[in-house]
Design a protein around this ligand. Structure first.
Ligand code: HEM
Length: 325
């Protein structure tokens, strides 16, 4: 029988391995930092100028823009799907629980995209624009820089149900966060480093209300009192009142980790990173070593940018990031 013939099984195993290699290289991202060097040499400069103008107008925009890249990549890969509006054929991800009343920066992305379309129409994808914006935003508020890999194409669909399933939630515990990131190929250390993005930006009251009013939460008492003044217990009131994630919300630094060590995490999902579990030592390390945090963050966000990109003949270059051409 063929199955018992050692020669056959060696040959078939070899064929299977070759097939797997071919398949995996076909699926593998072929992103490259020089992707637009010939087709749109002005792309990166154009994006940078527009991002700077937006952040000059409003510092918090750096945070909102960085977050968009994350919410893009975790939902069917970095394919610009988060930017699609509702239409006859699209159910937008913008209303998924983790995005609704909270994601912002879409108008700035429109401005960046139209600046890029002006210099080279139909060449640069919305997914790549989000990746470059994230890097530029980080630099502009004092965070790390990294080389952005390019060549992603845009999806023609969106998935609110994947957004709801694949994005982490502010109510998650440590195991849930670890497995949400593991599902995207990111380990616990990378998850902690990436969470350090909460060094910038702010959270709406509805995202931290349960956390501060739950008596079992391990929160510094003075910090809790301060947050209660911002965020009323009544869920009908003050939902969009804002509180910063750390004391320096317009500067990308390692203060977020120091705050966690003082039990001053704004979200439950922040504080669980330092609450007696396996990631405590990483938080401690980043709180002491800002340059290690910066380099780990940079490496992890590049890895995040590699999640399931559409390349080659897959996907399209959307002319307007909000809709399919
Ligand atoms: C670890 C799991 C994470 C959870 C549960 C989480 C959840 C949240 C929540 C609830 C907010 C507040 C939203 C609002 O009220 O408007 C927020 C804001 C933010 N998140 Fe995350 N996040 C996580 C990881 C990340 C990662 C990996 C990044 C980026 C690499 C990121 C970047 C940001 C930024 C920059 C803000 C501030 C946005 C602004 O001010 O507009 N987050 N996040």
């Amino acid at each position: 029988m063929a199955g018992k013939n050692p020669l056959f099984s060696v040959a078939s195993r070899a064929t299977a391995i070759v097939t797997l290699l071919v398949l995996s290289s076909a699926c593998q991202a072929k992103l490259s930092s020089t992707f637009y060097d010939k087709t749109c040499p002005k792309a990166l400069r154009t994006i940078r100028t527009a991002v700077r103008a937006a952040i000059d107008k409003e510092k918090r925009m750096a945070a909102s823009l960085l977050r968009l890249h994350f919410h893009d990549c975790f939902v069917q890969g970095c394919d610009g799907s988060v930017l699609l509006d509702n239409s006859d054929t699209i159910k937008s991800e913008k209303f998924a629980p983790q995005n609704g009343n909270s994601l912002r920066g879409f108008v700035v992305v429109d401005q960046v995209k139209s600046a890029v379309e002006n210099v080279c129409p139909g060449v640069v994808s919305c997914a790549d624009i989000l990746a470059v914006i994230a890097r530029d935003a980080s630099i502009y508020v004092g965070g790390p820089t990294w080389t952005v890999k390019l060549g992603r194409r845009d999806s023609t669909n969106a998935s609110p149900s994947l957004a709801s399933r694949n994005l982490p939630r502010f109510s998650n515990n440590l195991d849930e966060l670890i497995s949400t990131f593991a599902a995207k190929g990111l380990n616990a250390r990378e998850m902690v480093a990436l969470s350090g993005a909460h060094s910038i930006g702010q959270g709406n009251c509805f995202t931290f209300r349960d956390w501060i009013y739950n008596n079992k939460s391990i929160i510094d008492p003075a910090f809790r009192t301060k947050l209660k003044r911002i965020c009323p217990a009544n869920p009908a009131l003050g939902n969009s009142n804002l509180a910063p994630f750390d004391p320096t919300p317009n500067t990308f630094d390692n203060r977020f980790f120091k705050s966690l060590m003082q039990k001053k995490g704004l979200l439950k999902s922040d504080q669980v990173l330092f609450s007696g579990g396996s990631t405590d030592r990483i938080v401690k390390e980043y709180s002491k070593n800002p340059s290690k945090f910066n380099s780990d963050f940079a490496a992890a966000i590049v890895k995040m940018g590699d999640i399931q990109p559409l390349t080659g003949s897959a996907g399209i270059i959307r002319k307007n990031c909000r809709r399919v051409n």
